[in-house]
Write a protein that binds this ligand. Sequence first.
Ligand code: 5RP
Length: 219
Amino acid sequence: MTQDELKKAVGWAALEYVPQDTIVGVGTGSTAAHFIDALATIKHKIEGTVSSSEASTERLKSYGIPVFELNAVDGIEVYVDGADEITKHMHMIKGGGAALTREKIIAAVAKKFVCVADASKQVGVLGQFPLPVEVIPMARSYVARELVKLGGDPVWREGVITDNGNVILDVYNMKIMEPKQMEHDINMITGVVTNGLFAYRGADICLLGTDTGVVTLEP
Ligand code: 5RP
């Protein structure tokens, strides 16, 4: 199976975790896009969605699926999103699509985080994938110097402005042995909006697409 077929398989498998008549949190990226396609087939069974990016909002609306502002909803039962890397502890690196801040906010609100990923995303130690950090534009150089002190090699994702009007630094060569500590330390740098480590609020369950089918991982 191709990587995209594996992503499609888990995107559709996530439908099983969507409770009826609730607000569904929707992530960003190519795997989340498959989930949106699947969600469209049961759109009359849900109240609506909260979206983590303009791109996902556009796709949801193209299907006629209601998209609510987060501030307008009381809660979110389930949040479905992809990952760039995930460990057996359900810690993740996210933000390859630059939507990490909104993703982290919705994940914080949601009762259950269902991660959907193809098998290539499963790792023993986080950090092979460059860690995205969303930064207030005027703080870019300062934050980059601080990230070097933490042992990383930050690279400005030139030309990319997030949905929140900020910039992204991708931090290479970080071997992240203590994800919670690193998540905390990076967030303490003034000018950082947030970073793509999802360790404090990891996934509750991961649907992993493999050549032999969808495997369910739990911490
Ligand atoms: C976007 C994300 C995505 O979930 C992550 O990049 C995975 O993307 P894909 O499903 O396309 O592999 O965090 O900010």
